[in-house]
Write a protein that binds this ligand. Structure first.
Ligand code: AMP
Ligand code: ZN
Length: 119
């Protein structure tokens, strides 16, 4: 069923606590944790607790949780004190765009110059 935990999903295992993570913030519907391979001084992932493979399917299946992810991304930026300097939210969608974990997640990136357009 849409949103149900998937046994083979790394981020579902972080939600359940079976895989450890450096958790920054948690809500009833979301978890935010530090990326294990940071691409910027601030690199935090915000995920829904529910399993959806990407941002678009999350927005279609649970729009209120998609809004929670976006709100939490802003709270992470404020908590990391990068909201003043600016930060980037990225949802890689599809392997061709660099998505490697097929559980929806927002990357919160900041703390260095962020080129535009991105690579
Ligand atoms: P993406 O490539 O957009 O699917 O993003 C997946 C992200 O998850 C990458 O930036 C990885 O570095 C990160 N990642 C993979 N495994 C872990 C883990 N165990 N804990 C934290 N971040 C992870
Ligand atoms: Zn999952």
């Amino acid at each position: 069923m849409a949103g149900e935990p998937q046994a083979d999903c790394l981020f579902c295992k972080i939600v359940s606590g079976d895989v450890p993570a450096t958790i920054v913030r948690e809500t009833e519907t979301t978890v935010a944790f530090r990326d294990i391979n940071p691409q910027a001084p601030c690199h935090v992932l915000v995920i829904p607790r529910a399993h959806y493979p990407d941002a678009a399917s999350l927005a279609a299946g649970a729009p209120e949780v998609a809004a929670d992810v976006l709100r939490e991304a802003g709270e992470v930026a404020a908590g990391e004190q990068v909201d003043g300097q600016g930060y980037r939210l990225v949802f890689n969608t599809g392997a061709g765009a660099g998505q490697t974990v097929f559980h929806a997640h927002a990357h919160v990136l900041a703390g260095r110059g962020l080129a535009w357009p991105p690579g």
